[in-house]
Design a protein around this ligand. Structure first.
Ligand code: FES
Length: 156
């Protein structure tokens, strides 16, 4: 039996069946809306909720090892928002709200330095710059600093 959990923003099979039935959709349509195109595990720990204290979220390298390497990234839940955190270089890291500026869909994981919107195909660089598709501008960035033991994100 498959107990795979749906990714963030995806419908579970039960939710899809219920929604499909309410909308009068057939089996094929229900299968389409229940399918998840994202690989929510490819960045290691996306979707985990990070606690905040005094307006700061702290990501230590022991828990988030990908942030020790340039290009490493996580999508996390911080203050109720999906946030993509990406190591950009030896000295910098970025944290952006991973919500599309077009119509608010949750963006996919950062891959190859960019992320895309599953709804209409907008694309953004890892630092939140809009790079293509129907966007409403750049993503919101949180100030993020790289320390010797981890990353600190100012969210308030
Ligand atoms: S909601 Fe993201 S491109 Fe439309």
């Amino acid at each position: 039996m498959n107990h795979k959990k749906p990714c963030e923003g995806c419908l579970s099979r039960r939710q899809a069946l219920s929604t499909g039935a309410q909308l009068g959709l057939g089996v094929a349509a229900v299968a389409a809306i229940s399918a998840c195109g994202g690989d929510s595990k490819k960045n290691g720990n996306p979707g985990s909720t990070v606690p905040t204290a005094s307006g700061l979220a702290t990501l230590d390298f022991a828990t988030y090892p990908n942030l020790q390497t340039t290009g490493g990234s996580y999508r996390l839940n911080i203050n109720g928002n999906p946030v993509s955190v990406t190591r950009m270089s030896d000295t910098s890291v970025v944290a952006v709200v991973a919500v599309c500026t077009h119509q608010g869909a949750t963006l996919g994981d950062v891959s190859g330095g960019s992320m895309s919107c599953p709804r209409h195909g907008a694309t953004f660089s890892a630092d939140g710059t809009a790079t293509g598709g129907p966007t409403g501008g750049n993503l919101t960035q949180y100030p993020a600093t790289l320390g010797t033991t981890g990353v600190t994100i100012k969210v308030a």
